[in-house]
Design a protein around this ligand. Structure first.
Ligand code: ADP
Length: 423
C-alpha cells in the first residue's frame, strides 16, 4: 500500500516537473517574442495549454502586433522627417533633453564642415559656443526664443550664425522634451556690413577734412573782410579753392567706384589699336605743368596690334598709374610704360625709379583709402581711391593688376589683360 502511494507521488512529481519545464519554456518564448516583436503560435508549446493560456497568447500577440506597427510608423515618420529636412536650405538641428544630437541635416554640415558623425554626440562636444549652449537652455526653459546671433570660432575662423529655437515633443515617442533649432549662416552679410560701416566712416572722415578747412577760411574772410589785406585774402581764397577741388576729385572718384561696383558698370569694349591709345594718354601728360621734369619712356612689342578693351576705362587706368608715378617721384625721375605679349595675355607695365612702396604696405595698396603716407598723398591732391579704381577696371576686363617694389628702388605696376573680350 505504502509502495503504491510512493509510486503515485513520484509519478505526480514527474508530471509536475515536466509541466513546470513546459511553462518555463513557454515563458521564454513569450519573452523572446516580445523582445523581437514577433507574434508566436500558442500550439508551439503543448506544455502550456488551456483556456487561460489561449487568452494570454491572443492578448500578447495582439499587443506585439500593435507595438511593432507603431514602431514601423514611427521609423517611417522619422525617415520622412529626415528626408524633408535634408532638402532644406536652412540648417536644422534637433537635440534631446540631455543635449544629445538626434537629428542634423546636410545644410548644417555646410556651416560646420568639421562636424562629421555627430549623431548621438553631445552638443557641447560638437559646437563650441557657450553663448549657443545658454541659448539652448533658454529655449528649453521658455519654449521658444526670438532669433539670436551666435559667433562660432573654430580653428581661427569666425562664423556668424543666426539661430531660432523651439521645443518639440520627443520624436522617439518618449516623454522627454526635445529642442529644434534652425541655423542660418550670416558670416558673409556680417563681413559686408563691416566693410560698409568702415567705408562710411572713411568717406565721412575724408569729406570732413577739406570741408573744415573751407569753412574756417570762409568764416575768417566773412569776419575780417574789411581789415584783411589783399594778399591774405587771395591766399585764403586759393586755399579754399584747392580744398574745393579736392572735394570734387573725391566725389568724382567715389562716383566712379560706385558705378564700377554696381551691377551695370557700363563696360564698352571695342577692338582698338593699343599703341595710339597709350600714346594719346602720354601726350596729355606731356602738356601738364612740370612734365618736362620727368622722363617718360614708352615701348611696345611690334606684334601687338589691336586689343579688345573699353578705351576710356583703360585710359583712366593708365592715367591713374602715370599720375601716381609723377606724384610720388622727384624731379628727374624716369617713368617707363611698356607693353608685351605674354602667351594669351597682354602685359602693360608702368614703372618708376622713385621711393617705392614698403613691403608691409604692398598687400593693402589696392584697398580703398589706403595710403602709405597719408599727409603726402593729401598734399598732392590724392584721394586714396586711384588704385582701387585701377583694380576694379582691370578685373572688369577679366584681367589682374599687381605691384612689385623694393623700397628706394621704385615701383612697378603690372596689368595683365586677356587679348579677347571679357566674358
Ligand atoms: P592716392 O590718391 O593717395 O595716390 P592711390 O590709390 O592712387 O591713392 O594710391 C594709394 C597709395 O599708394 C598712395 O597714397 C601712395 O602711398 C602709394 N603709391 C601709389 N603709387 C605709388 C608709386 N608709384 N610710388 C610710391 N607710392 C605709390
Amino acid at each position: 500500500m505504502l509502495e503504491t502511494l510512493i509510486f503515485i507521488l513520484i509519478v505526480a512529481l514527474v508530471v509536475m516537473r515536466s509541466k513546470l519545464a513546459g511553462h518555463h519554456k513557454a515563458l521564454r518564448t513569450v519573452k523572446n517574442a516580445l523582445e523581437h516583436r514577433q507574434p508566436f503560435l500558442r500550439h508551439e508549446h503543448p506544455g502550456a495549454s488551456g483556456r487561460d493560456w489561449d487568452e494570454f497568447c491572443t492578448a500578447a500577440n495582439g499587443l506585439i502586433t500593435e507595438v511593432s506597427s507603431l514602431e514601423k510608423t514611427q521609423v517611417s515618420q522619422l525617415a520622412q522627417l529626415e528626408a524633408t529636412l535634408g532638402s532644406l536650405k536652412e540648417a536644422v538641428l534637433i537635440v534631446d533633453g540631455h543635449n544629445h544630437i538626434m537629428l542634423a541635416n546636410k545644410s548644417l554640415q555646410e556651416i560646420f564642415p568639421e562636424a562629421t558623425d555627430i549623431l548621438e554626440q553631445r552638443l557641447e562636444v560638437v559646437l563650441h559656443s557657450v553663448e549657443f549652449l545658454n541659448y539652448v537652455e533658454r529655449v528649453r526653459a521658455g519654449g521658444a526664443e526670438p532669433r539670436f546671433e551666435v559667433e562660432f570660432v573654430e580653428s581661427n575662423e569666425t562664423r556668424w550664425v543666426e539661430v531660432t529655437g523651439t521645443t518639440t515633443l520627443a520624436l522617439d515617442g518618449g516623454d522627454g522634451k526635445w529642442a529644434l533649432f534652425v541655423l542660418h549662416d550670416v558670416t558673409r552679410q556680417k563681413a559686408l556690413e563691416r566693410v560698409r560701416q568702415e567705408f562710411v566712416a572713411n568717406v565721412s572722415h575724408e569729406l570732413r577734412t577739406p570741408l573744415a578747412v573751407i569753412k574756417g577760411y570762409i568764416e575768417t574772410l566773412v569776419d575780417d573782410h574789411e581789415t584783411m589785406d589783399e594778399k591774405d585774402r587771395l591766399n585764403f581764397l586759393k586755399t579754399a579753392q584747392r580744398h574745393t577741388e579736392r572735394l570734387n576729385s573725391l566725389l568724382d572718384d567715389l562716383l566712379t567706384l560706385s558705378r564700377l561696383e554696381s551691377a551695370s558698370p557700363g563696360l564698352k569694349q571695342e577692338s582698338i589699336e593699343l599703341r595710339p591709345l597709350i600714346e594719346t594718354v602720354l601726350e596729355d601728360f606731356k602738356s601738364r605743368p612740370n612734365a618736362e621734369l620727368h622722363h617718360l619712356k614708352f615701348s611696345i612689342d611690334e606684334t601687338i596690334t589691336t586689343v579688345v578693351v573699353d578705351p576710356l576705362k583703360i585710359s583712366q587706368v593708365l592715367n591713374n598709374l602715370i599720375e601716381n608715378a609723377l606724384k610720388y617721384t622727384t624731379a628727374g625721375s624716369t617713368i617707363e610704360i611698356s607693353a608685351h605679349l605674354q602667351q594669351t595675355e597682354i602685359q602693360i607695365r608702368v614703372s618708376d625709379d622713385g621711393p617705392g612702396i614698403p613691403a608691409v604696405d604692398l598687400p593693402h595698396i589696392f584697398e580703398r583709402f589706403y595710403r602709405v603716407e597719408k599727409g603726402r598723398s593729401r598734399e598732392k591732391g590724392g584721394t586714396g581711391l586711384g588704385l582701387s579704381i585701377v583694380k576694379h577696371i582691370v578685373q572688369l576686363h577679366g584681367g589682374q593688376v599687381s605691384v612689385e617694389s623694393q623700397p628706394g628702388q621704385g615701383a612697378c605696376f603690372v596689368l595683365s589683360l586677356p587679348t579677347g573680350p571679357s566674358a
